[in-house]
Design a protein around this ligand. Structure first.
Ligand code: BGC
Length: 742
């Protein structure tokens, strides 16, 4: 920025002036503090310990008395500690240290704090950015009231392999949708900015490519072209950074032979270099030390040198920094300037959070009591859960249910479950009793309808002993609602699976219940896309309800009874079989694309399975229907700095008010290197009353046409583009072409 422009900005915008003034005051304070710090105290700031009561990884037991280590200034941050009483106790130790530098308290606040929201993948199915931002906002408000300064979220890893357990934690397979959601979540967590009492630091993780673990096995290696890295895996991180994410976390995997934790190309070159990231990077749990089993370094001393040099500022739980950096500096193997840079980054966040002014500002028991579980938080969790549900099938308009039914049988191992509704990565802050099971949700809304219940089987059962009771309840009911799926501990960190079929004998139970000839609605509750081909083909109505959090039962009942018309669309492709994985919609065409699903004539196809997914990216039904018509482009060509306005009419042609997520895809028809068969470039969510018509508009400009070439330059190439607008990636309703001119 030129000096003139900077001066102009400072003169014209008082808010910018204030920010500059604040940051230079903070800079001065950091420098003054840094001068007073011994090398050991500096290194202490780079050290993060697990708290004393919960672990999310293997605990290193080399420090007996953590509080004493904190008093000695050997700890900069503690994770896995929550609640104002608890965090206060740790902070009191920190303020007894020589320089009284406060601690940062970090916690995985992934989908809610006390009020649990739907898992992130479910929220992504809403494509509803304001709702997602609000969910993160509420999580942050509660977490900050509970003493937490920093959430290890959002997880913005693109995931295209449902075997990978951590697919539940992100926004699915698409870089554009992923980037939009990353932005919304960071904004939600950080609210009006660090320093506010309802804001926590966000942490974009895991930097990077963690979701592409070979074979979907957690922590596994990643091998990918740099072009794929830039095009598919980095955009959500860049979006998180642009939204102001205070911190980044690196990842467990190696990328093309270099562990991400020691990867200077990722952290020094891209993140802190090209992207000018001014926050700090924390390692993942123990990942500095894990470079030893990776075979990248021989011992923790080397691990510390490599990680710090590569740009990893804080060592989570591996103790490599605290134990080895002093010696590495004395031996001249790590310059103090590198340590100072990391310390500055961490201290800056402590200043921005206001912790030097008052280390206990997040430790107010009255505020904690007042803020947690507010009515509006619970209402927002219900709303978010409704928006996350995806209607996969609804033959003969079986749904919504009539309020006049005589009886409904609720069958399946998840009907009464509360714990599983919370899903993986939920916290035990609020009582389990606050979670509404499907059974309870239905009870609230069933009115005079008689509800019966049978479990039928357990989730991973091989026993069919409960089938008989389930069948007798089914035979007596007007409608049967089945709740099947996964336990909350079956998809998450270290929960990769080689077999993602609906577990146990649950699909057999569905078959048995369907054989009664009664109408059956199947609810699939899981953290990942499962495979359930028989159910998809035979059950008349199917809803994917993920793990929806505290309000699961109420939200599902709202959708079953039509109080909320389902609007979710899949943020990830659902495979027909494991052999198709990885499966994603934005693939290249190959030199021998199949003409249709039957074409096996030396084309790129499976001989024993269709190429297409069971359910495509962007797919999801509504109780109403939408008609797309009257596509108009204001021009048929554009120059690289120009734009084209696209508009069309969307009409609700059904009986119910409803929301539609309209998706805009583009294809660069001829390009070098290749471009995918389609790429999501924009979307919008609109609500229409029956019969209502709305004009929908999009703008096409360079940002939607550019891509990375093999030199990693972000370029455009003149030529023809295909524009596709539709209701799903495989349900394109309107098409046109336009030309990008020289
Ligand atoms: C996970 C991180 C998490 C950290 C702290 C690790 O095992 O990979 O995502 O933030 O633990 O709980």
């Amino acid at each position: 920025m030129s000096r003139f422009f900077l001066l102009l900005l400072l003169t014209c915008f008082p808010a910018i002036r204030t920010l500059f003034a604040q940051s230079s005051v903070i800079d001065r304070k950091i420098e003054a503090l840094l001068k007073k710090m011994t090398l050991d105290e500096k290194i202490g700031q780079l050290n993060q310990y697990n708290g004393d009561w919960e672990a999310t990884g293997p605990v290193t037991k080399d420090v007996d008395d953590k509080l004493e280590a904190i008093r000695q200034g050997k700890v900069g941050s503690v994770l896995n500690i929550m609640g104002v009483a608890h965090t206060r106790a740790f902070q009191e130790a920190a303020v007894q240290s020589r320089l009284k530098i406060p601690l940062l308290f970090g916690q995985d606040v992934i989908h809610g704090y006390s009020v649990t929201f739907p898992i992130p993948l479910a929220e992504a199915a809403s494509w509803d950015l304001p709702a997602i931002e609000r969910s993160a906002r509420i999580a942050a408000t509660e977490a900050a009231a509970g003493g937490v300064h920093w959430t290890f979220a959002p997880m913005v890893d693109i995931a295209r392999d449902p075997r990978w357990g951590r697919i539940m934690e992100g926004a699915g397979e698409d870089p554009y949708l992923g980037a939009c959601i990353a932005r919304a979540r960071v904004k939600g967590f950080q609210g009006n900015g660090l320093g506010n009492l309802d804001a926590v630091m966000a942490c974009a993780k895991h930097f990077t490519a963690y979701g592409a673990a070979i074979g979907g096995r957690d922590y596994n290696s990643v091998d990918m072209s740099l072009r794929t890295l830039w095009e598919i895996y980095l955009p959500p991180f860049k979006a998180a950074l642009d939204a102001g994410a205070a911190t980044f976390m690196n990842s467990f995997n190696d990328l093309n032979g270099v562990p991400a934790t020691g990867n200077s190309y990722l952290m020094r070159n891209i993140l802190k270099g090209q992207w000018h990231f001014s926050g700090f990077v924390v390692s993942d749990w123990g990942s500095v030390g894990e470079m030893i089993p990776h075979g990248y370094v021989a011992d923790k001393k080397e691990a510390a040198r490599v990680a710090l040099t590569a740009g990893c500022d804080m060592d989570m739980e591996s103790r490599s920094y605290i134990a080895n950096l002093p010696r590495l500096v004395q031996e001249g193997k790590v310059p103090v300037s590198l340590i100072d840079d990391a310390v500055r980054r961490i201290l800056r966040k402590k200043f921005e959070l206001g912790l030097f002014e008052d280390p206990f500002r997040f430790s107010d028991p009255a505020r904690e009591k007042a803020v947690l579980n507010k009515k509006e938080h619970v209402a927002a969790a219900r709303d978010m859960a409704e928006r996350s549900i995806v209607l996969l099938k609804n033959e003969g308009h079986l749904l919504p249910l009539s309020g006049e039914l005589r009886s409904i049988a609720l069958i399946g191992p998840l009907v009464r479950s509360k714990k599983d509704m919370k899903g993986f990565w939920s916290l035990d802050v609020g009582p389990l009793n606050d979670v509404v099971s499907l059974y309870e949700g239905m009870q609230q809304q069933a009115g005079n309808t008689i509800l019966s219940y049978a479990k039928g089987c357990d989730i991973t059962d091989t026993s069919r002993a409960g089938f008989a009771e389930a069948l007798s309840k089914a035979r007596e009911a007007d409608v049967i609602i089945m709740a099947v799926g996964e336990r909350a501990d079956m998809t998450g960190e270290a929960k990769s699976k080689a077999d993602i079929h609906l577990p146990g004998v649950q699909e057999e139970l569905i078959k048995a219940v369907l054989s009664t000839g009664r109408p059956v609605v199947v609810l699939l509750m899981a953290g990942r896309p499962m495979i359930f081909n028989w159910t998809a083909e035979h059950a008349p109505a199917v809803l994917y309800t993920w793990w929806l959090g505290n309000q699961a039962g109420n939200a599902i009942a709202d959708v079953l009874y039509g109080k909320y018309n389902p609007s979710g669309k899949l943020p990830v492709s659902f495979p027909r079989e494991i052999g198709q994985i990885p499966l994603y919609y934005d693939h290249f065409n190959t030199g021998r694309p199949a003409k249709d699903e039957k074409d096996l004539n030396y084309v790129s196809a499976y001989t024993d399975l269709l190429n297409t997914p069971r359910y495509a990216f962007g797919y999801g039904l509504s109780y109403t229907d939408f008609k797309y018509s009257n596509l108009q482009l204001d021009k048929s060509s554009l120059h690289v700095n120009g734009s084209i306005s696209v508009s069309f009419d969307l009409q609700n042609t059904g009986k119910y008010a409803g929301e539609e997520i309209v998706q805009l895809y583009l294809r660069d028809i001829v390009a070098q290197p290749l471009r995918p068969v389609k790429e999501l470039k924009d979307f919008t969510k609109l609500r229409l009353n029956p019969g209502e018509i709305k004009k929908v508009s999009f703008t096409i400009d360079r940002s939607k046409l550019a891509f990375y070439n093999d030199k990693l330059e972000y370029i455009t190439q003149p030529g023809r583009f295909q524009l596709m607008i539709g209701s799903a990636s495989d349900d394109i309703r309107l098409e046109a072409t336009f030309q990008l001119l020289q």
